[in-house]
Design a protein around this ligand. Sequence first.
Ligand code: SF4
Length: 159
Amino acid sequence: MSLVRKMLQIGRIAEPAPAASTSPDVPMAPMGPSIQVRYVDAGSCNGCELEVTSAFGPVYDVERYGVRLVASPRHADVLLVSGPVTRNMADPLRKAYEAMPAPKRVVAIGDCALNCGIFAGGYGIEGAVGDIIPVDLYVPGCPPTPDVLVAALRGLTGR
Ligand code: SF4
């Protein structure tokens, strides 16, 4: 009982969410207050993955803005893609995109997703993400930092 009393006395101590105005310009209308995200690494160096992990971790915690990772593209509103697209990943990426129900959005993260970055011209590279599937939003950076990823995904929820 003393613990409950203490909790009631102290109340909520988490920091309030930053204002939504910190979101970067997202050239599309928000999809809704909650989005389901399927993440595909199409051939990155894993630097972008580390930042995505941080964005969904306890410090940046993008889930508090209604953004949730899902295990299947059939459950996803948004396809989050990193890396240049390797020859082996071009078809799986196309299939993941085709499996998503409409309306759907594609967010390509990192310089490699934008223009193949340091891997441009490599033997195993099929192309940038936009060469394989239509991209709605690019988030540049090598890698983009977790706060930038959070801001971009918040732009899609409008929260
Ligand atoms: S953008 Fe940078 S961190 Fe991301 S996959 Fe390319 S080289 Fe790696």
